[in-house]
Each structure stands twice: as C-alpha cells, then as structure tokens.
Design a protein around this ligand. Structure first.
Ligand code: HEM
Length: 496
C-alpha cells in the first residue's frame, strides 16, 4: 500500500478550490537557516482528510538547490541526467525543447544562465487566505534562509487558459493501487490508467522497471528517516514517493492569436472559433472534436466519458480533429500498435514485425510511456477573444501559463512530448508544422519552415494555413525534484 502521508499532495490533487496561489523562486542564502526552515515546515500530504485543507504548501529543489543545501555529490549522481544538467543546461537540450531565438534561455526572466533558482515553494489557498498563509509559511527562518528571486503571481481565470479554452480536462489516472499488470506485454488498447512508477519514484513504471534514483547505504541514514528501496533491500530510497516537477513560464500572445485567426476567417466569428478549436483539438468549452468510443477506456470513469471517452481511431484521416491539433499531438491516445491495426490477424502480423506500411507508424510512439500529469496555473489578466481582436499586446501586461508537470522520467515523458510531439515538424506524417499553440516556427534541419497548420477535408485535400506566428514564448523554466516527505526531512538533515 502506498503511504499517502509520505507523498506531496500535488501529485494527487490539483486544488481546484484553492484559486489563490503563488510560486516563490528562491536562492539559498544561508544553508543552515534553509535547513532549519525545511525541518520546521509543514508540507501538505496526499492523504484524503475528512475536512479537506484550505491551504496547501509544496517544496521542490533544483539540482543546484540540493548542492546549495549541502547534499553530497555522491547522492546527486543518483538523480537523472536531465535534472542534473537542468532545463537550460545544454545547448542541445534547448534546441530539442524549442528554446531557441525568442525562447532562448539567455532571454528568460529566470532560469537562464546564472539565474537558476534553488528552491520552488508553491502556496495554494482558498479565497482570502493567501496573504496570511504566506506569513505562516515563512516563519522565523525564511528571511535568513532565502533570497526571493521571483514570486510568480497566479491568476484565477475560472478554469480557462488565456486563449479562452477550458483547461485541465484530460489527465492520466494514476494506478495508486498498483492493479496494472506490468509484465512487458504489448497493450493493445489505449488506456488512461498509468503505472504509479510513471509519476512517483520507487515503484515499477510502464516497462515494469524501477526508474533510477538516488539510494543510500543504511549507515548513511543513521536516524532511519528513509524506507528501504523496494527493488534493492540493502539500500534506503531517497527517491521514494518523490517525482520531478517541470516548470515553464509560457507567455501567451492572446491578441496575436485571435487577430491571426480573424484574418484567416475573413472576420467570420463562427469560422474564427472553428479554426481556433481545430488548433486546440477541443471546443472552447472543452468538448472533444471526435466522437466518444463505445468501448470502455481503462482509467476513464463514467463521469468523464463525455470529455475523455475517446481515441482517434474513428478519425484516422484527421477530418474531425486535425493530426496537428495541440491535444492530438500532446496525447495521440494510441496503444502499442499503430492506428488501424485492429483485427486478430493484423495484430499478429504487426507483433511478428511485418506489415509496416506508412511513415506514420514511426512517428507516434505508444502513448502510455509518455504521459505527464499537468498542474499548471494561469497568470496575468484575462482577455476575451472579442477584446483581444481590438487589443495590442503591450509590455508589462503579460499573460500566460505557468506550465507545471510531474513525471518520474523527464527525458522520456516531458522532454519527449515537448520535442517529438510538440516541436516535431513531421509528427504523424505532417510536414512543415509544429504545435499550433506552442511552436516557435523556427526552421529545423531538413525542414525549412515550421509555420504551417493543416486541416484535412472530407474531399481528401488539406486546407493549409501558412505563416502561423509564434503565439507562445518561453519566459523562464527549470527542472525540480519534488521529494517525498521523509526524503525532504532527510535532505534537510544533510550538510552543515
Ligand atoms: C501556453 C501553453 C499551453 C496552452 C495554452 C495549452 C492549452 C491546452 C488546452 C486548452 C488543452 C485541452 C484541455 C485539457 O485537456 O486540459 C490542453 C491539453 C493538453 N496539453 Fe496543453 N497547453 C499549453 C502547453 C502545453 C505544454 C508545454 C505541454 C507539454 C509539453 C502540454 C501538454 C498537454 C497535454 C498532455 C494535454 C492533454 C491532452 C490529452 O490527454 O488529450 N500543453 N492544453
């Protein structure tokens, strides 16, 4: 059984009622004071209480932050290479994530070279409680412990992201009870129930394997703060119940988005909306563009059928939901065999390795190895599509998304989705396209332009919209480790 009291609550809850929030990005000024603050502070856990909390607190560290706290290098080596290097740590990583030109880390407000935070402190509160909660959380050690780099403000847009679409609809269902058979066999149907080990370290992942993480000898844990590692009984698990948290501040050019679509639609409001919905892959109020399936999807409950009971099997030509739509790229909802391989013999042929027929087969990897748990929050003032048509994007009035996702393997989950599916110009057999919302439109080797969006039509032709501008610009970002509660106390006891 999973010990929910050892898991930070953010992994299990999105806190929809806690509409006030702020994210502190901190640098450690005094490691001793920071350790005292960490020992004292009360993190919200994933336990379900009779009375749900009205405030919540979460703490995560960058690799530099762990070093600043005094975590020894031997232990740091156990973390994943992506975390150790950092989001902006290598040019090749920046290129793969699309962080070039306007998105380049050199231009970021935070997280770029020499500007990396050490600690992320996330506060959530029900209305009217945030200011008081900040003071409670700070306590006596905060001022000596930290320098505040930024306090990222969060705004409440009532569940709608700044372009005007309902957000937070599709999430993987975590297999908390460990019901999934993870014996390495192919999954022939898309499912939404995903192995616990995809989102928490210390448990088997979708491959049935344990993701690498730091473990220590019992002698290095003399106060028995940690639990034994499930897969290495002679070791104590520093990663157990922890995960990696990806934070990216994404500025959205809302006037630019609606004005571009207005031009394409010759100012016809219905057509403008239809184009925007084709780019996202859902209607503005969140409904899918494709029909729900008749077969049940594991991990999709009865309440969720209308919004999430679908795959793209019924739309293999992309006529209802274009191949390049944001949500089709972000989660192609396929199983371990390519789309269209349904009958017993077709499956057998594929399993035996024959019958590869289109380049599309290679472009979409099985979804279940690339799921992410999103916990983002919006920032900046709201702007309706109608007002956006008249507005100009001005400096100082920034709006966008503090994109947050949780995953146990940054490379295979967040980075894969961002690189292969979002930035990929050949995703699902497309050419010269990148994600219509997120793409930086920069040419990549072998593809001179990446600013097209195509919409397949009934007549077999594609409507191609060219010259799509960049609507989203990266303003900051970093990779964090969100430890389990025991590990957090353990890390706070090291150094000094
Ligand atoms: C400003 C930037 C972004 C905007 C405006 C945006 C908007 C949306 C919207 C409106 C949805 C549909 C509602 C939902 O299912 O929650 C969605 C879904 C999704 N987005 Fe984004 N998104 C952004 C950035 C990203 C990034 C950076 C990633 C990952 C690299 C991402 C991954 C996803 C995923 C995985 C889904 C769910 C797809 C599904 O399961 O059907 N998004 N996004």
């Amino acid at each position: 059984m999973i010990d929910y009291s050892d898991v930070q609550g953010l992994v299990r809850f999105g806190y929809p009622r806690m509409i006030e929030a702020c994210f502190f990005l901190l640098r450690v000024e005094s490691p001793a004071a920071a350790r005292s603050w960490l020992k004292d502070v009360s993190i919200t856990t994933a336990e379900k209480l009779a009375e749900p909390p009205k405030t919540a607190l979460h703490v995560a560290f960058t690799c530099q932050g762990l070093r600043a706290l005094g975590v020894p290098e031997d232990m740091i080596k156990g973390f994943s290479p992506e975390f150790i290097s950092g989001m902006a740590g290598e040019e090749s990583r920046s290129r793969r994530l699309g962080d070039v030109k306007a998105n380049s880390p050199a231009r970021w407000q935070w997280g770029g070279p020499g500007n990396e935070p050490h600690v992320l402190v996330m506060l959530y509160a029900e209305p009217g409680r945030l200011e008081g909660w900040k003071q409670t959380v700070k306590g006596p050690f905060w001022d000596a412990a930290f320098q505040v780099l930024h306090c990222l403000p969060i705004s409440n847009l009532d569940g709608v992201e700044p372009f005007g679409f309902v957000d937070g609809i599709s999430q993987p269902e975590i297999d908390w009870n460990r019901e999934r058979q993870l014996d390495g066999s192919d999954e022939l149907e898309y499912g939404n129930l995903v192995a616990l080990g995809e989102f928490l370290l210390g448990y088997p992942n979708e491959y049935g394997k344990y993701t690498d993480r730091p473990v220590v000898d019992p002698k290095d844990d003399p106060e028995n703060k940690l639990r034994p590692a499930e897969d290495q009984n002679d070791k104590r698990d520093v990663g157990l119940n922890g995960t990696y948290l990806v934070l990216r501040q994404l500025r959205q050019d809302v006037p630019g988005f609606w004005q571009f679509l207005d031009k394409q639609a010759n100012s016809d409001p219905e057509e403008r909306r239809r184009l925007a919905e084709a780019m996202v892959g859902r209607t503005m109020d969140g409904k899918p563009l494709v029909a729900t399936t008749s077969r049940p999807i594991a991990g999709t409950g009865p309440d969720d059928i209308e919004l999430n009971g679908f795959t793209y099997e019924s739309d293999s030509a992309g006529i209802r939901c274009p191949f390049g739509a944001h949500i089709r790229r972000a989660n192609p909802r396929n199983a371990d065999l390519p789309l269209g391989v349904t009958g017993f013999f077709s499956r057998l042929i594929r399993i035996l390795g024959f019958g590869r027929k289109s380049i599309r087969d290679d472009m979409i990897a099985s979804t279940r190895f690339h799921r992410i748990l999103r916990r983002g929050r919006e920032y900046g003032p709201g702007l309706s599509p109608e007002d956006a048509l008249r507005a100009r994007e001005t400096e100082g009035e920034e709006r966008g998304l503090h994109f947050v996702c949780l995953n146990a393997n940054i490379g295979r989950q967040f980075e894969f989705v961002q690189n292969a599916w979002m930035m990929g110009t050949k995703f699902d057999g497309l050419t010269e396209e990148s994600d219509p919302l997120l793409g930086n439109r920069e040419p990549v080797p072998g593809c001179v332009s990446a600013d097209t969006f195509s919409i397949p039509q009934q007549n077999g032709l594609r409507r191609c919209i060219g010259g799509v501008p960049q609507f989203v610009t990266v303003r900051g970002g970093a990779y964090f480790f969100l430890p389990g509660i025991r590990a957090l106390r353990y890390l706070a006891s090291l150094g000094g």
